[in-house]
Design a protein around this ligand. Structure first.
Ligand code: COA
Length: 373
């Protein structure tokens, strides 16, 4: 019987980081300019003045203190407020593939795995840089992997959906070693001019090597069970797509970036995810209170506090439910994998934990793991 395990993970972190103070200074400069340029209309009551952002609000509402980005200067420039990456030729490695490859190489190295022994690459992320060829195939090519690759997008849940897909290939005997790569350049789909959400996201890339236990290194994580769930909701949405390229001046572009009803998301997703975790733990014969660590999706400190409390039955300590929100912010599908990557080495053989994602769709995924060493 084939049994899927996590052999290793990898992480690529962009060198540049933006503090809340830097972000708010840039946002407030934009607000001042906007209000000055539209002073007459605001005065006449034809337009509402924009409100400034605040460091205190951001930290209190989200737990975020900084975020890494691939292009700090253009994000902070009040005239651009979005990444402006030089276009690369078709014969150059794309930026998404580049950061995905960096994370993947680290995972392969940590597992002592030769790329020639990997069967498939899944690029699982909330946005793809282009329609085709698949990012996964470019990553596969750059790493020198034979076999196949394809892209999948389930927003913030992409990585856990990728892990279950990889685990299913292994369970079915269709592959022995699968790389799940999540390059998240979220700065490209965040509306940096939207006060309600301009602080939420950061850029990063993660990789998870899912393998048959027969091939895996002695130290690995047994995958005890995976579960996926989706429920349609418009409360987190991004309408950017290949059908809306015409006449940009005739349409409102704000909904072609990330938009959300943050309060509704908070209220609806917390119970959905907590219930899903407890039901799946029950199905696997695991007492949720006995979970040694929760590596939760990193969207918001308050959501994680509530979910962890419902699952464990008590307020979780930083050791039980570690956060990376302070330095990485929300990195979409990569968040729970960063938490796992950075906060799992200290666990002991036999310890059971949970990797869990949730986000747009709505979507949620659970991966229960047990350390083997
Ligand atoms: N700076 C200062 N004040 C701000 C602000 C900012 N950047 N953004 C909003 N505010 C103000 C609002 O105007 C509002 O003021 P009011 O009460 O006078 O009307 C107040 O702060 C509360 O705004 P609200 O948007 O309701 O904040 P919140 O407490 O719900 O927190 C989120 C906002 C997004 C952090 C929170 O809803 C959340 O975490 N939701 C979970 C969803 C999530 O993280 N999704 C990510 C994708 S998975």
């Amino acid at each position: 019987m084939h049994h899927p395990v996590i052999s290793a993970t990898g992480l690529f972190t962009p060198a540049d980081s933006i503090t809340n103070a830097e972000l708010v200074a840039s946002f407030n400069a934009f607000v001042e300019r906007h209000n000055a340029a539209n002073a007459a209309a605001i005065e006449a009551g034809e337009m509402a003045a924009l409100e400034p952002s605040s460091v205190e609000f951001i930290e209190k509402a989200s737990g975020i203190q900084a975020r890494h980005v691939v292009d700090k200067a253009s994000v902070l420039d009040p005239d651009t407020m979005c990444p402006r990456l030089p276009e690369r030729g078709n014969d150059e490695l794309s930026i998404m593939a580049e950061i995905g490859v960096a994370a993947a190489r680290q995972a392969l190295e940590r597992a002592g795995r030769d790329p020639a022994d990997v069967d498939a690459v899944l690029c699982a992320a909330s946005n793809m840089q282009r329609a085709y060829p698949a990012m996964a195939i470019e990553i596969q090519h750059e790493l020198g992997i034979e076999g196949f690759g394809f892209d999948m997008n389930v927003a913030c849940s992409s990585a856990t959906f990728g892990i279950q897909t990889a685990a299913d290939y292994i369970r079915a005997g269709n592959a022995k070693s699968v790389l799940v790569v999540s390059p998240e350049i979220t700065s490209g789909h965040l509306n940096w001019r939207d006060r309600d959400s301009h602080f939420i996201f950061g850029d990063v890339a993660t990789a998870v090597l899912v393998e048959d236990v027969e091939l895996a290194p002695a130290e690995h994580w047994d995958i005890l069970g995976t579960k996926l769930k989706t429920v349609f909701s418009n409360n987190i949405r991004n309408n950017f797509g290949f059908l809306n390229r015409t006449a940009p001046e005739t349409r409102d572009t704000a909904d072609k970036l990330f938009v959300q009803e943050g309060r509704k998301v908070f209220k609806e997703v917390v119970p959905m995810v907590a219930t899903m975790i407890c039901e799946e733990a029950d199905r696997l014969g695991i007492d949720p209170a006995s979970l040694r660590r929760l590596w939760l999706h990193q969207a918001n400190a308050g959501m994680n506090r509530l979910i962890a409390q419902r699952v464990l039955g008590h307020e979780a300590s930083a050791d039980e439910s570690p956060t990376v929100l302070d330095t990485y912010a929300n990195t979409s599908s990569a968040g729970s994998i960063i938490a796992f990557h950075k906060h799992s080495d200290d666990l002991e053989s036999g310890d059971v934990g949970l990797i869990c994602s949730f986000g747009a769709g709505y979507s949620a995924g659970t991966v229960f793991v047990r350390k083997a060493a």
